[in-house]
Write a protein that binds this ligand. Structure first.
Ligand SMILES: Nc1ncnc2c1ncn2[C@@H]1O[C@H](COP(=O)(O)OP(=O)(O)OP(=O)(O)O)[C@@H](O)[C@H]1O
Ligand SMILES: [Mg+2]
Length: 605
C-alpha cells in the first residue's frame, strides 16, 4: 500500500472514530438532559396534584362520596397539564378512586404496583419502562399527605416517545452535519497526506532510479520545509554522485583505452596473485588464447604457463624483472611493480617485447667481431711484412714485393673502412638520396661501358640488351651506379675466362623496371643466395679475398635499392652461373636529361 493511501486511511479512520465518540457523547448528554427535564416536570406535576388533591382524598377515604370524587376529577382536569400522561388517584388502601380516561374501567380496583405501595407508605417511587399504548414511559407514584398523614397516592404514567423523538431529531441533525464535516475532513486529510507523501514518493522513485544507475531523475522542490530541503539535498547528492561516477567512468574508459592501445603488455595482479586485468598486447605477447575475461581471476602464473610457487607465494608479489621466452619464440622482459591496494599489495606487471633488441644486440656483437676479424687479417699481414723488413732486411727485389703487399693490404683496409662508413651513413640516414628522374638505359649502358675493357681483358663476353627500353626511375644516380658497379664487378670476379655476362633492362610487373645481370660463372649455392646480401658474407672466403673483396658489396647494394623502394635478389641459372635481379619503381619519362641530375648529385666522397 502506498504511503499516502496509508496516511489517508489512518487519518480517515481516526476521524471516523473521533466523530463516532463525539456522537455517542452528544447523544448521552442530550438524552440525559432531556430525561432529567422530563422527570423533573413529571415530579412537579405529581407534587402539584398531590398537594391539590390532598383535602379531597382525605375526605374521600372516609366517605367516598360521589361528589368528592367529582371534585377530585375536577382537580385532575384542571391540573393535568402534561399531555399524554395518565393519572390514577389511590385511596389510603390502594383502591383507585379516580382514573384518567383510558383507565376508567380500573376505578374501584386495588393498584398493587410496588411504586403504589411505596407511595402509600410515604415514599415517592418511579420506574421507566414500556407501557402498553404509550411506548417508552415513566411511571411516578407520589404520596398524598394531609395533616401529617399519608392519605393516598397519585400515580402518573407519561409517555417519553415525544421526548425521544426530539432527541432523535437532534441526533439526526448531528449525524448529518457530522457526516458533512467528516467528508470534508477526510478530503482535506487526503489532500494534506498527498502533499506530504508525493515528495516522499518522488524521493523514493529517485532513490530507486539511482540504484538502477539512472542519475538523470530530479525531485521537484515544492518549498523550504524539511521535505523541500530533503529534496534539494537529494538532488544535489544525485548531481554529485553522477559527477563522481561520470568522472570515474571517464577515468576507467581512459585507462582501458590506454591499456588497450599500449605497445607494452600490462597485467594487474591482486594481493592473492590473481589477474584483475590483462590488455590485448599482453594476450598477444604471451600467446594466450581467448579473451581477457577468460583470464581474469586466474593466478597470474597461469598466463605465463607456470605453476604457482606454493611456498613463496605469487611470483608477482615481489618487485623484480626477469626475461621470459614465450612459446612463440619471442623474448619478453617482465617487470613487476608492487601497487598498494585495499587489504594488501597487488602488482602491475609490464611486458616488453625485447626480441628485436636481443636480435640487434646479437647482430651488433657479430658485426663487431666480423669487423675486428676483417681488420685483423690485413693488419697481421702488414705487421709480419714490416717486421721482416725491419729485423732482417731481405734483398731489394723482395723488399719491393713486401712493400707492394703492405700497400695492397692497406688499400684493402681503407676500402673496408670506407665501405663500413658508407654503410653506417646509409643506415643512419646520414646520406640522403638525391633523387632525380633518370634514364635507366643511360645508367646501365654507362656502367657496362665502364666495365667493357676489364671484361675484354678477362676474356669474358659482355652483352647489353636494353634496346627500346625507355625506362625512367626517380633515383640517386651515384648510388644506383654504385650498385651496378658491385654487381658487374662480382660477375667479372666470379666468371672464368670464356664466360658470358648479359645485362638486360626491361619492364616488370607492377610498373617496375628490372635490371638483370646474368653470368655463366661459378654460381651461388642455393642456400647462400639470401645470405650473400649479409655483411661480410662470402661463399668462398679465400677466393673472394684473393679478389680483394670484403663481402660488403651486396649488402650496400641491397640497402641502396631498398631505399629506392626496390628489391634485389640472386637467382641461379639453369646452366650454372648467377643472375642478380634488381627491380626499381619506374616513373614517367621526365623532360630533364639524367646527365643534369648526375651533375647535381655528384658523389660526395
Ligand atoms: N656473380 C656471382 N657469382 C658467384 N658468386 C657471387 C656472385 N656475386 C656474389 N657472389 C658471392 O657473394 C659474396 C658476396 O658478394 P659481395 O659483393 O657482397 O662481396 P664481395 O664481392 O666478396 O666483396 P666486395 O663487394 O665488398 O668487394 C661473394 O663473396 C661471392 O661469394
Ligand atoms: Mg662485390
Amino acid at each position: 500500500m502506498r504511503l499516502w493511501t496509508k496516511l489517508a486511511v489512518s487519518l480517515g479512520l481516526i476521524l471516523v472514530f473521533a466523530f463516532e465518540a463525539a456522537g455517542a457523547f452528544v447523544f448521552r448528554s442530550v438524552e440525559g438532559a432531556h430525561l432529567e427535564r422530563f422527570s423533573r416536570a413529571l415530579a412537579a406535576q405529581g407534587e402539584l396534584l398531590a398537594f391539590h388533591l390532598a383535602p379531597y382524598v382525605a375526605r374521600a377515604s372516609g366517605e367516598r362520596e360521589d361528589f368528592v370524587l367529582a371534585d377530585i376529577d375536577n382537580v385532575l382536569k384542571n391540573l393535568s397539564s402534561l399531555a399524554g400522561a395518565r393519572v390514577q388517584v389511590l385511596g389510603a388502601d390502594g383502591v383507585i378512586l379516580v382514573a384518567s380516561p383510558p383507565d376508567f374501567g380500573a376505578v374501584g380496583l386495588r393498584n398493587t404496583a410496588p411504586e403504589a405501595k411505596s407511595a402509600l407508605a410515604g415514599m415517592p417511587a418511579s420506574r421507566r419502562g414500556i407501557q402498553e399504548g404509550l411506548g417508552r414511559a415513566e411511571l411516578l407514584a407520589v404520596p398524598i399527605e394531609h395533616d401529617g398523614a399519608t392519605v393516598g397516592a397519585v400515580l402518573l404514567v407519561a409517555s417519553m416517545e415525544e421526548m425521544y423523538a426530539d432527541v432523535g431529531r437532534i441526533m439526526r441533525l448531528y449525524v448529518a452535519s457530522a457526516a458533512l464535516a467528516l467528508g470534508l475532513a477526510i478530503g482535506v486529510a487526503g489532500l494534506i497526506t498527498r502533499a506530504i507523501a508525493a515528495p516522499v514518493e518522488a524521493l523514493t522513485r529517485q532513490a530507486e532510479a539511482m540504484m538502477g544507475g539512472d542519475f538523470g531523475v530530479r525531485v521537484p522542490v515544492y518549498g523550504e520545509d524539511e521535505i523541500g530541503r530533503l529534496a534539494r539535498a537529494f538532488n544535489t547528492l544525485a548531481d554529485r554522485l553522477k559527477d563522481a561516477l561520470d568522472a570515474s567512468d571517464r577515468e576507467r574508459r581512459r585507462l582501458a583505452s590506454i591499456l588497450t592501445h599500449m605497445s607494452e603488455g600490462v597485467l594487474a595482479v591482486d594481493r592473492e596473485g590473481r589477474l584483475t586485468a590483462i590488455n590485448p598486447k599482453a594476450i598477444r605477447l604471451l600467446g594466450l588464447t581467448g579473451s581477457a575475461e577468460r583470464w581474469i581471476g586466474r593466478p597470474a602464473e597461469a598466463a605465463f604457463g607456470l605453476a604457482p610457487e606454493e611456498a613463496e607465494g605469487s611470483l608477482f608479489s615481489r618487485p623484480g624483472t626477469f626475461l621470459f621466452d614465450t612459446p612463440e619464440g619471442r623474448t619478453v622482459r617482465v617487470t613487476t611493480s608492487p601497487v598498494a591496494e585495499a587489504g594488501g599489495t597487488g602488482a602491475i606487471v609490464v611486458l616488453v617485447d625485447v626480441t628485436e633488441d636481443k636480435r640487434l644486440e646479437a647482430r651488433q656483437k657479430a658485426f663487431v667481431a666480423d669487423v675486428s676479424h676483417e681488420l685483423k687479417t690485413p693488419l697481421t699481414t702488414i705487421k709480419s711484412h714490416v717486421e721482416a723488413l725491419l729485423d732482417d732486411p731481405p734483398p731489394p727485389e723482395v723488399q719491393a714485393k713486401f712493400l707492394a703487399t703492405v700497400a695492397r693490404e692497406t688499400d684493402r683496409m681503407i676500402r673496408l673502412v670506407g665501405d663500413l662508413l658508407f654503410l653506417a651513413r646509409l643506415e643512419g640516414e646520414a646520406a640522403p638520396l638525391r633523387r632525380v628522374p633518370l634514364s635507366l638505359e643511360r645508367l646501365v649502358r654507362g656502367a657496362a661501358e665502364r666495365f667493357r675493357p676489364a671484361f675484354r681483358q678477362a676474356g669474358i663476353a659482355l652483352a647489353l640488351e636494353a634496346a627500346g627500353a625507355d625506362l625512367w626511375a626517380d633515383g640517386d644516380w651515384d648510388m644506383l651506379d654504385r650498385v651496378l658497379d658491385n654487381v658487374l664487378s662480382n660477375a667479372l670476379k666470379f666468371t672464368p675466362a670464356g664466360g658470358q655476362v648479359t645485362v638486360t633492362l626491361g619492364p616488370a610487373d607492377g610498373g617496375a623496371a628490372e635490371i638483370r645481370v646474368e653470368d655463366t660463372g661459378i654460381g651461388i649455392p642455393e642456400e647462400a643466395r639470401e645470405r650473400v646480401f649479409e655483411r661480410f658474407y662470402r661463399v668462398d672466403k679465400a677466393r673472394s679475398r684473393a679478389h680483394g673483396g670484403s663481402g660488403l658489396g651486396l649488402s650496400i647494394a641491397r640497402e641502396i635499392v631498398e631505399r629506392h623502394g626496390g628489391t634485389i635478389r640472386a637467382e641461379g641459372r639453369p646452366g650454372g652461373g648467377t643472375a642478380i635481379v634488381i627491380r626499381l619503381p619506374a616513373v614517367a619519362k621526365a623532360g630533364r636529361a639524367p646527365e643534369a641530375g648526375r651533375e647535381a648529385s655528384a658523389w660526395p666522397g
